[in-house]
Design a protein around this ligand. Structure first.
Ligand SMILES: C[S+](C)CC[C@H](N)C(=O)O
Ligand SMILES: N[C@@H](CCS)C(=O)O
Ligand SMILES: [Zn+2]
Length: 314
């Protein structure tokens, strides 16, 4: 049953599954220029092969979940077909990789799931507000639902295994996402991830207790957690979320660099190097995280280290 897919994956992975790392970051490692309102989705037009290659690199590194390149961008005419294409490319990468893996007697991989990325309204605004939570007085629940509805419909129609709401910075948008999942009768699992700056609250200043209220009440939400926040904040947040929800907890932090929304670049800050992700991933798992990966400024080598650490016999 589709609804069970995410929980089955977690169980098959021994209680903690690995999601992939920064998608745009890895595109950039290949020389891509993503300084565009569509962000990584621009490569759906410019170079779809590169999109598939990045997915394959994350699969090789041990990712159990691929997040599609649909984080930003439906604001252009061909937006709908691009969204479909983002799912198709990830599914093709997954299927090709899996068909080769299973004929290998020493296969150590699991069949990965494809999660359709739905970035926050703030990411579309491209003003850094996915890290501030400040959408201004004109943004209400209806506006956020109107913004997300069509993209959600098109992505679900394209046939991913699950939906990944990413970098949600406030309670209102979390509520909009849940209401849409209910209204659209979405049958596949979903996760909703928040950003945070202080490691205690959502960027808007609202408590995670408040932000999680609507999510906890809905059986359309399978996992909740944090993405694209500094890794040193994860321990405290996992403990906090354990008190606030019975849902599976997911963390996929960035490297610790901070996004400057005006200058459009990552600024150095308190970072984890790849080798620190291994030990920390085992800590996060032991504290109760059920899905662990990386976000911006992490790469397949980060995911390889996480995957190796989580699969080592303890
Ligand atoms: C994950 S953030 C760094 C994505 C980019 C941002 N929304 C922008 O368009 O500038
Ligand atoms: N899935 C997106 C998230 C950005 S915060 C990416 O990895 O580029
Ligand atoms: Zn990120």
């Amino acid at each position: 049953m589709k609804r069970q897919m995410l929980h089955d994956l977690i169980e098959n992975a021994g209680g903690c599954a690995v999601t992939d790392g920064g998608f745009a970051t890895q595109l950039e490692k290949h020389g891509a220029s993503i300084n565009d309102p569509l962000w990584s989705a621009i490569y759906l037009i410019k170079d779809p092969h590169l999109i598939k290659q990045v997915h394959l690199e994350y699969l090789e590194a041990g990712a159990d979940i691929l997040v599609t390149s649909s984080y930003q961008g439906l604001s252009i005419e061909e937006g709908e077909s691009l969204l479909e294409k983002s799912v198709k490319l990830a599914v093709e990468a997954r299927d090709g990789f899996w068909n080769s893996a299973i004929i290998n007697p020493g296969n150590k991989y699991r069949r990965a799931l494809v999660a359709a990325s739905i970035g926050s309204y703030g990411s579309y605004l491209a003003d850094g507000s996915e890290y501030s939570g400040c959408y201004g007085p004109d943004v209400n629940l209806k506006k956020l639902k109107d913004f997300h509805r069509r993209r959600l419909q098109v992505l679900v129609e394209a046939g991913p295994d699950l939906l990944a709401f990413e970098t949600i910075p406030n309670k209102l948008e979390a509520q909009a996402c849940v209401e849409l999942l209910e209204e659209e009768s979405v049958k596949i699992p979903s996760w909703i991830c928040f950003t945070t700056v202080d490691g205690e609250n959502a960027p808007s200043g609202e408590s995670f207790k408040d932000c999680l209220e609507a999510l906890n009440k809905s059986n359309k939400v399978d996992a909740v957690g944090i993405n694209c926040a500094p890794p040193h904040l994860m321990e405290n947040l996992i403990c906090k979320f354990k008190q606030l929800t019975k849902k599976a907890i997911i963390v996929y932090p960035n490297s610790g660099e901070v996004w400057d929304g005006k200058a459009k670049k990552w600024l150095p800050s308190k970072c984890f190097h790849d080798d620190e992700f291994g030990f920390n991933a085992t800590r996060w798992r032991d504290l109760g995280a059920k899905i662990i990966g990386g976000c911006c400024r992490t790469t397949p080598s980060t995911i390889q280290i996480i995957s190796n650490a989580l699969r080592e016999k303890s």
